[in-house]
Design a protein around this ligand. Structure first.
Ligand code: HEM
Length: 137
């Protein structure tokens, strides 16, 4: 039960925000599709694709304040200390696979540049954003 409540809404919200941001940054979405197309041959990802879906840190090259210079708890989506999220690694793995599969198979667009934010136990969109999902050829 705990895993269902702690693990579902959190991951679904993270994926929702990722798709929202990609929907309003078509250039970034294009780059993501290009990167995924390069390393994933099939129309979906599997666990075997995880090694090639790694994070390319060179994307931070050239920015003034690389995230590595920030204090450890400047950004801690999974909490910290002894009650740190037990599902962190699983969540990162499933989100990577889900996002890469979506990028491989679909284009997600919407016409919104701003959205209300609902701050509760998660930070979720506070209103409906209608999106169009098109299958990629
Ligand atoms: C993007 C996805 C997720 C986010 C952002 C997230 C975030 C968090 C945060 C902030 C905490 C509290 C940590 C603290 O008190 O310092 C937590 C705890 C917890 N999370 Fe996650 N979580 C995610 C996914 C998951 C998944 C997939 C599972 C399980 C399958 C999970 C299971 C748990 C459990 C059991 C706790 C309680 C740990 C404890 O109290 O000892 N979470 N999570």
């Amino acid at each position: 039960m705990m895993f269902l409540f702690a693990g579902h809404g959190t991951s679904a919200t993270a994926l929702t925000w990722a798709l929202y941001e990609l929907g309003r940054n078509p250039g970034v979405a294009r780059r993501l599709r290009g990167e995924v197309d390069e390393v994933v041959a099939r129309p979906h990802t599997t666990l075997a694709d995880l090694p090639v879906l790694g994070f390319d840190s060179s994307r931070w090259d050239g920015i003034d304040e690389p995230p590595g210079d920030r204090p450890e708890y400047a950004y801690f989506p999974f909490g910290g200390g002894p009650r740190h999220c037990i599902g962190m690694r699983f969540a990162c793995m499933e989100l990577k696979l889900a996002l890469a599969t979506i990028a491989r198979r679909c284009r997600v667009t919407h016409g919104r540049d701003e959205v209300a934010v609902d701050v509760g136990s998660t930070v979720a969109p506070g209103e409906t954003v209608h999106a169009t999902v098109r299958r990629r050829d």
